[in-house]
Design a binder for this molecule. Structure first.
Ligand SMILES: [Zn+2]
Length: 94
């Protein structure tokens, strides 16, 4: 996996990990926009990009969004890949 887009640091709202990069799963040249979904590489929580004051921020999904995103096979595969990669390097997920 390679980083395709850098963005100003925004902390994961669940674990506080500073996130400053994203890789699009469907379009290698895409940069994140408000409403796009991502997964924290530290705690594997699904997150949603939001418009911040100066740059993008992140929030947890609403319950309805979480229900929908929990059934998304792309997100499930991404989370499984992150967990597998963390185990290979001995990185303990939060
Ligand atoms: Zn996190």
């Amino acid at each position: 996996m390679s980083v395709r887009s850098r963005h100003p640091v925004c902390a994961c709202p669940r674990c506080g990990y500073p996130l400053n990069a994203a890789t699009a799963v469907n379009d290698d040249d895409a940069a994140p926009e408000p409403g796009d979904v991502t997964v924290c590489c530290r705690c594997v929580t699904t997150l949603v990009f939001i418009e911040g004051r100066d740059h993008l921020g992140l929030r947890l999904p609403t319950v309805a969004e979480g229900d929908h995103l929990g059934k998304d096979p792309t997100i499930a595969r991404l989370k499984a890949a992150l967990i597998s990669a963390a185990r290979k390097v001995g990185w303990e997920l939060e």
